[in-house]
Design a protein around this ligand. Structure first.
Ligand code: 6R9
Length: 666
């Protein structure tokens, strides 16, 4: 990988706005300066396996050291460090205590209402072990799957660690998903147990969790579940089914505070996490133990430059991959101190993030562009919630994840949150990649707003055309990764064929990992900019949603909906917004009636998938625009959704009048 040279920086600034990393950060960073970055890239390029093997030996503790690095015999089902034995929870907890960090704070938990609790490494280990023993007591062991449906909490992190400790594979389901989505995941994983809470508390409100688990389990297909373990978060009223449901605290009460880790092979599945693809049901992305944990630790170290006295705050939920890698695994594997926040950025007001940074003296802050954009709006409307009203001088590094960050939001984040002192790491990666793929390193890479800059050392990212040929810089194309890397997806749970088809398609002779995003490299600097998904996946507030999933949810409202097409349209706050075009089984409604039906359909989608999937716009037509062969003209619908003039040839449209109908927002 040819990296840009620092001396080119002056050159580049003629046409690009370049932000150099601050000298004092460069001086003490884990990866200090572009020469160090270049050297790491060169090391990986010279011997890919040796590079990763060195990192795996330096960063992880192995019960039995690996002797094999990469096994490509069954490509694209790659194996890394396959004969090594380790345990993820041992790496995140015990070994930090063995290194003298037992009393160090691992987690600073701040509840929705503002109460703060500190959990030391020794306490987190004790809690994890008691939970691990509790899981064993109900018959969970190595290879069993456990669903975790809980909000941000110490228990949530401990539950993931407890599964890892006994070799059970966890699958965390975001607390915003509906009973139907939860049921689908339970069924697909064949989980033996569900760990949940009575409720979650967000924005001053209690939202049920246990009741949704109860509902999911009545929907059918969940026979594998024999136990539901319930955390008492807020004393909410729940019904407990005799013989199936147990209060977790009661089960843990008499369990010992020690639990011998289950030493697993590096390839043992640490977790499954469901994410949307362009077709069909969400995919259960399977991650390994060794390779995944390695990249979680290495990227936390290099991208966030995590040091012993940092206070790290990743605002993502543990229900998303970002919460897995940069809350549960990466920072803990390095013995860091991190914030776990239960609430929402706008409660009690939109200054909550800034107040928490001030109160906890956060040094590294990692959030999503959509959060930044909504906080910009609030801050510009009211000084009290503007970052300038808080002392944010503890910050040294900022991060962004989940979607492209537009240059205006980048500049605001840089100036107003980072005081023009803190580098922003715009980290491009995916559920499937396990950790950062293309990102600046804060003490090395000169930054350009809106660009995720250069590949992480050891990641062979490239841009190719449809035939797999490299495209020259300055020309857009398809983002691929040319060599396997340790934290990559191993398979789609229960569907290896779909894994192959989705990520190693025949178009590239099955040789390159297909990310599903388009990208372009700057002609001069070689910097990457992600141009958006090239498939039918939307990114709404950093959440991945398949258009097909939302369409199926709409047409599952069989009494009303005949046909539906879903597209994305740009949105100032959420990045993309969901726009649904619907043909009803009854005459096309207008006015108040149309509004009422649109609401009914939104609620239906909320019930089928979860509130995050509710379309922002719903529009009704007598028909959808189709080609002669009956294909829905999605490109046309995207233009209609944006309110743009139609530039496409619509001569094949049977009834052009429907375009007027579909332009009307309800
Ligand atoms: C970690 C995460 C992955 C998709 C990905 C891309 C988009 C993520 C981005 C970004 C531009 C960034 N994406 N980070 N686009 N710049 N820094 O978000 O995983 O939920 O699987 O989403 O998000 O489109 O393909 P996931």
């Amino acid at each position: 990988m040819k990296a840009i040279k620092t001396e080119e920086t002056d050159d580049m600034s003629e046409d690009l706005k370049i932000y150099a990393p601050p000298a004092e950060l460069v001086a003490q960073a884990h990866v200090s300066g572009m020469a160090a970055y270049d050297a790491l890239c060169a090391e990986a390029e010279a011997d890919h396996e040796a590079f990763w093997a060195r990192q795996a030996r330096e960063l992880l503790s192995w019960k039995k050291p690996f002797t094999k690095v990469l096994n490509e015999a069954d490509a694209p089902f790659f194996k890394w460090f396959e004969d090594g034995l380790l345990n993820a929870s041992y790496n995140c907890l015990d070994r930090n205590i063995e290194r003298g960090l037992g009393d160090k704070t691992a987690l600073i938990f701040e509840a929705d209402g503002g109460e703060v609790t500190h959990t030391s490494y020794a306490q987190l280990l004790a809690k994890t072990c008691r939970m691990a023993n509790a899981l064993k007591a109900i018959g969970i062991g190595k290879g069993d799957r456990v669903i975790i449906y809980i909000s941000m909490s110490v228990e949530g992190v401990a539950a993931m660690q407890a599964c890892a400790r006994i070799g059970a594979t966890h699958s965390v389901v975001f607390g915003g998903f509906s009973a139907h989505s939860l049921r689908d995941r339970i069924e697909d994983t064949g989980a033996k147990a569900v760990i949940t809470a009575d409720c979650q508390v967000r924005g001053g409100k209690q939202l049920p969790l246990k009741a949704i688990v109860d509902e999911a389990l009545t929907l059918g297909g969940c026979d594998s579940v024999s136990k539901v373990l319930v955390v008492n978060r807020a004393g909410a009223k729940v019904s407990m089914t005799e013989g199936r449901d147990l209060w977790l605290a009661e089960l843990m009460k008499d369990q010992p505070e020690t639990c011998e880790p289950e030493w697993v092979e590096a390839e043992h599945p640490l977790f499954l996490l469901y994410t949307s693809g362009s077709t069909g049901k969400p995919k259960g992305v399977q991650h390994s133990t060794g390779g995944y944990l390695l990249h979680a630790a290495l990227t936390t170290k290099w991208t966030f430059d995590l040091k012993a006295d940092d206070i790290f705050w990743c605002t993502a939920d543990i229900g998303w991959v970002t919460g897995h890698t940069y809350i549960t695994y990466g920072p803990l594997a390095l013995g860091g101190t991190e914030i776990v926040f239960e609430g929402v950025p706008t409660y009690p007001d939109a200054g909550r993030f800034w107040k928490m940074i001030q109160d906890h003296k956060v040094t590294i802050f990692y959030t999503a562009p959509t959060a930044i954009r909504s906080l910009i709006k609030a801050a510009e409307a009211k000084d009290e919630v503007h970052p300038k009203s808080y002392d944010l001088s503890s910050l040294r590094i900022l991060g962004s994840v989940g979607e492209p960050i537009n240059p205006a939001a980048w500049e605001w984040y840089y100036q107003h949150v980072g005081g023009s002192r803190c580098p922003i790491v715009d980290t491009f990666w995916q559920t499937e990649t396990g950790g950062h793929m293309i990102t600046p390193l804060p003490g090395a890479t000169p930054m350009v707003p809106g660009s995720c800059t250069l590949p992480f050392p050891g990641i062979a990212a490239a841009i190719v055309d449809e035939t797999g040929k490299d495209v020259p810089n300055g020309q857009g194309g398809i983002l691929v990764v040319k060599k396997p890397w340790p934290s990559m997806i191993r398979t789609i749970w229960g569907d290896p064929e779909r894994y192959k088809k989705s990520y190693y398609p025949a178009d590239f002779q099955g040789k390159y990992y297909l990310a599903g995003d388009g990208a372009i490299r700057d002609a001069k600097t070689g910097y990457f900019t992600i141009t958006g998904r090239i498939d039918d996946v939307l990114n709404v507030s950093g959440h991945r949603m398949g258009t097909m999933e939302i369409e199926s949810a709409l047409v599952s409202c069989t009494e009303l909906v005949a046909e539906a097409a879903v597209v994305g349209r740009p949105d100032d706050t959420t990045g993309e917004a969901i726009c649904a075009f619907v043909v009803l089984k009854r005459p096309r409604p207008t006015g108040e009636e149309a509004k009422a039906i649109a609401k009914q359909l939104r609620d239906h989608v909320g019930k089928e998938i979860g509130p995050i999937a509710k379309p922002k716009d719903i529009r009704f037509g007598d028909n959808l625009p189709k080609t002669r062969s009956g294909k829905i003209m999605r490109r046309l619908l995207r233009q209609v959704a944006k309110g743009e003039a139609i530039t496409q040839d619509i001569s094949t449209l049977e009834n052009p009048a429907i375009l007027d109908q579909l332009s009307q927002v309800n």
